[in-house]
Design a protein around this ligand. Structure first.
Ligand SMILES: NC(=O)c1ccc[n+]([C@@H]2O[C@H](COP(=O)([O-])OP(=O)(O)OC[C@H]3O[C@@H](n4cnc5c(N)ncnc54)[C@H](O)[C@@H]3O)[C@@H](O)[C@H]2O)c1
Length: 357
């Protein structure tokens, strides 16, 4: 049975809402309940809107493959254990990472609403996409949100040529009044591994300093970099932050740590066993929300009023590039690469759907 053509490009671009509906349909066919499929689709299309293409719908094929191989549980029953009122441990029951992250941040926000702060660690999870999407969930509730996760090993600790940490993302989101939220959302590698995977798929080279090949030599060849190791940003500093992600989202969360997380694209022997760390903290626990918003606006205004350096048109604050791209792509549509379109069409075809991507 062939389904409807689910994604129609508007010119060279794909409309975000149509893409979201298509991705949700794919995940429903892969076994997710409708509400769960919507949560996953929202998070992926949000990444494409924000320009984080490495963590957007390009991930659909590998997510679907793990669902099909029963390495991710399509019908999870998550459970929450709370030893102290402000804190909770979530057992994700090997659900898709987006579903674990959504539930964990919801639990943290519920605690923050009552107590001013909520901290949730999650275990038995999977890759959840961008950390910033989950941290941002706190902002509309008047909270500062934090989302941190270890990932499968690909990054050499400072001074080593062997991988142990992941590209372990760190995200902090802060309400910023009328402006788009301030959001620091970064891989602890020089660049996210997805950039290298995308470059390899599109036969592009990568900048020097991102990675070492398997012999420990610097390389600009994306394929060789994928066989080798990623480097932490800022040497020992990025290495320390990456290890902290392993501590909070692995050791403390009761999840895999120290190189134990399975690679979602290459290891199909068992579930990934990813853990995460989430925190939500109410701004009005410290000062009225309006006063905080005014002070944040002042800070951002001061940053943006600075004269741009050579090669820059304007000074932006963290989260601003994503907000700008999102506004533009919401209006003009999302330009998907040829490789991503082909991969989506293939997955859709396997479910008897036609995707004109
Ligand atoms: N789930 C996982 O296992 C995993 C692993 C690694 C990375 N990731 C995700 O990959 C994504 C990409 O990470 P990245 O390190 O490549 O991000 P990036 O380098 O694109 O951005 C990092 C930060 O810098 C800010 N920024 C970028 N350009 C700026 C500018 N011109 N002025 C001011 N601020 C600017 C951004 O707003 C962002 O907060 C993130 O969303 C991260 O969560 C996920």
């Amino acid at each position: 049975m062939m389904g409807e053509a689910a994604v129609a490009p508007t010119g060279a671009q794909v409309d975000a809402e149509r893409l979201r509906a298509f991705v949700a349909e794919v995940f429903r066919h892969a076994g997710l309940e409708a509400a769960a499929a919507d949560i996953v689709a929202d998070s992926l299309v949000w990444a494409d809107l924000a320009g984080v293409d490495t963590h957007g719908v390009a991930r659909v094929p590998s997510y679907v493959e793990r669902l099909r191989k029963k390495l991710v549980n399509a019908a999870p029953r998550m459970s929450v254990e709370s030893r102290m009122p402000f804190a909770a441990s979530l057992d994700g029951d090997n659900a898709m990472g987006a579903l674990v992250a959504e539930r964990a941040m919801r639990e943290a926000l519920e605690r923050a609403r009552i107590l001013g702060i909520g901290v949730v660690v999650a275990r038995r999870s999977n890759h959840f996409g961008t950390a910033g999407y989950w941290a941002r969930k706190a902002v509309s509730e008047g909270c500062i949100g934090i989302c941190i996760s270890p990932a499968s090993k690909s990054l050499a600790p400072f001074g080593s040529k062997a991988p142990l940490f992941g590209t372990n993302p760190f995200a902090v989101a802060v309400p910023a009044g009328a402006r788009a939220p301030w959001v620091m959302d970064l891989a602890t590698s020089v660049a996210a591994r997805g950039h290298i995977r995308l470059a390899a798929r599109e036969a592009r080279s990568i900048p020097e300093g991102w990675a070492l090949d398997r012999d420990g030599h610097p390389t600009t060849d994306a394929a060789r970099a994928l066989e080798g190791v990623m480097l932490p940003f800022a040497g020992p500093k990025g290495s320390a932050l990456s290890m902290l992600a392993d501590i909070l989202g692995g050791v403390l969360a009761g999840a895999a740590f120290g190189g134990e997380i399975r690679d979602m694209n290459t290891d199909f022997s068992a579930p990934q066993e990813v853990g995460h760390f989430f925190m939500a903290m109410r701004v009005d626990a410290f000062m009225p929300a309006a006063e905080f918003a005014a002070r944040m606006t002042q800070l951002i205004d001061r940053v943006k009023a600075l004269p741009p350096a050579a090669g820059f048109d304007a000074v932006m604050y963290p989260g601003e590039p994503e907000a700008r791209r999102s506004a533009e792509r919401r209006e003009k549509g999302i330009a998907l690469s040829v490789a991503t379109r082909a991969a989506l069409a293939k997955v859709a075809g396997e479910f008897g759907l036609v995707a004109s991507v």
